[in-house]
Design a protein around this ligand. Structure first.
Ligand code: SAH
Ligand code: SF4
Ligand code: F3S
Length: 466
């Protein structure tokens, strides 16, 4: 894919740093979206720290406040307006610079609302992340508001500095955008068309992470298992690594990396080569995220998910036959327009059959500009909430059931650090992403160890080192 030259933009990092030098300035960032949004925030932090700001969790101390926004559901949007209301006082008191970026800024009506009713200095979007230093420089030097949004597609940005949140586990974005246009979803409109990073750049990044001591990598994208598909179809790649399966195999070769996860894949792109790669590769997690969205074939059709209930269940069966120990996690939307009681029962039935390890459950949220928002048969809020509660109850029953299977097993787990809720315990996650807490000393952090599971507590397991 075409990489754009960002040399000129990066020069502004040094220019802002020169203005800031010796001022001991602080920044505060709020990340409101998914893992891709978090990975973008790590790049924003990388740039901002090179511009002379140090991070603070106390917003009242901040000279620069950054909101990295999400618009996938209405509550994500409402949260921003609440925050902008609060930060206004800070700006009035001490001239704090307010920068707003991310997916929500790709929506015209939102940017207009902010311009009309809220205080800000810089607005940037998903295609202008790399221009943030230049925009900030202009906002400071010219003391004016900057809005820098682009609607471009098909470009890849390499070479931004990055400040990661963790030093054992790292996320690596392998592709951007989405071509699927599920009828409920805003993402294709705010993230643009699917485009993949060159494998050489991805592998170089992971190799350097391994050299710095990282042990676990999560490959990120809106549709990771269609990695390089567009490029392959258009004849835009000469690389031998021109599919997701091949990328997984190449990452598995990197010494020092011991665990590989990926999210999100789409059921339609689980071709045999991908399934075989998951089976063959020792480092690849056997927890497969398989977004269901709905268990009803009619609703799936209205959602433009391009698979039926039966096809989904067949895929699960095929993976269970091929990959020993495979488990599944999923995303489910409750209350999509036209969802009847029977449709919802289909969803419950699939949940019972697959016994997911993890379910991310969402109440359908109308998104302006998407086809589903224009559908006449919207489900009343009350019914949506009741169905959500029923799904949640079933989920909890299944978790309790699944958890029992862990008791007495020995798990090989990567120690992540001290538990946030109880500092007496260390915390880690099983291959299937279950949190395990256990007693042990700090030398174990960053290492894989064997832990025997002794009890289950719904959202976590307790273990003992053996
Ligand atoms: N590309 C990923 C993630 C997309 S956003 C994927 O396809 O899996 C994460 C999840 O948010 C989606 O899987 C979906 O379950 C949910 N979601 C997206 N749009 C939504 C909407 N309008 N209302 C409720 N949930 C939504
Ligand atoms: Fe949205 Fe569907 Fe693309 Fe996922 S695959 S980002 S749900 S349009
Ligand atoms: Fe939200 Fe954008 Fe991610 S809309 S879910 S932050 S891609």
């Amino acid at each position: 894919m075409t990489k754009i030259d960002i040399g000129e933009e990066l020069e502004y990092i040094e220019k802002v740093n020169k203005i800031n030098i010796g001022k001991n300035l602080k920044y505060n960032i709020l990340t409101m979206g998914c893992q891709l949004n978090e990975n973008d925030s790590e790049k924003i932090c990388g740039m901002v720290e090179k511009m002379g700001y140090t991070k603070t969790d106390d917003i009242s101390l901040a000279d620069l406040v950054i909101y990295n926004t999400c618009c996938v559901r209405e509550n994500a949007e409402e949260k921003l307006f609440g925050k902008l209301g609060e930060v206004k006082k800070l700006k009035e008191a001490k001239g704090t610079i307010i920068a707003i970026g991310g997916c929500m800024m790709q929506e015209k009506h939102i940017v207009e609302k902010i311009k009309k009713s809220y205080k800000y200095d810089v607005i940037f979007g998903t295609h202008t992340l790399h221009k943030f230093p230049k925009d900030l420089y202009n906002a400071i030097m010219e003391n004016k508001k900057i809005t820098d949004i682009l609607d471009i597609d098909g470009e890849i940005i390499e070479g931004l500095p990055i400040k990661r949140d963790d030093n054992i586990r790292a996320s690596v974005t392998i592709m951007n955008g989405c071509n699927n246009f599920c009828t409920y979803c805003i993402v294709p409109y705010v993230r643009g068309r699917e485009r993949s990073r060159n494998p050489e750049d991805i592998l170089a990044e992971i190799e350097s992470l391994s050299k710095s001591g990282y042990k676990e990598i999560t490959l990120l994208g809106q549709n990771v298992n269609s990695y390089m598909r567009v490029e392959r179809e258009k004849g835009l790649t000469e690389s031998k690594i021109d599919s997701f399966a091949k990328l997984l195999r190449a990452v598995n070769e990197i010494e020092g990396i011991e665990k590989i996860r990926f999210t999100s894949p789409h059921p339609k792109d689980f071709t045999d080569d991908v399934i075989d790669a998951i089976r063959d590769l020792d480092k690849v997690s056997k927890l497969v995220h398989l977004p269901l969205q709905s268990g009803s074939t009619d609703i799936l059709k209205a959602m433009n998910r391009v698979y039926t209930k039966e096809q989904y269940l067949n895929l699960v069966q095929k993976m269970q036959d091929k990959i020993p120990g495979v488990k599944f996690s999923t995303d489910i939307i409750v209350g999509f327009p036209g969802e009847t009681e029977e449709d919802f029962e289909d969803t419950l039935e699939v949940v019972r059959k697959v016994k997911f390890e993890q379910i991310f459950m969402f109440i359908y949220s109308r998104r302006i500009g998407t086809p589903a928002d224009k559908m006449k048969n919207q489900v009343p809020e009350e019914i949506k909430h009741k169905r959500f509660d029923r799904l949640k109850k079933l989920y909890e029953e299944i978790i309790a059931e699944n958890n029992k299977e862990y008791i007495g097993t020995v798990q090989n787990i990567l120690v992540e650090g001290y538990s946030k809720t109880n500092s007496e315990f260390l915390t880690a996650r099983t291959d299937t992403n279950k949190v395990v807490i256990f007693k042990g000393n700090r030398e174990l952090i960053g290492k894989f160890i064997q832990v025997k599971i002794v009890s289950e507590h719904m959202w976590y397991l307790k273990g003992e080192i053996i």
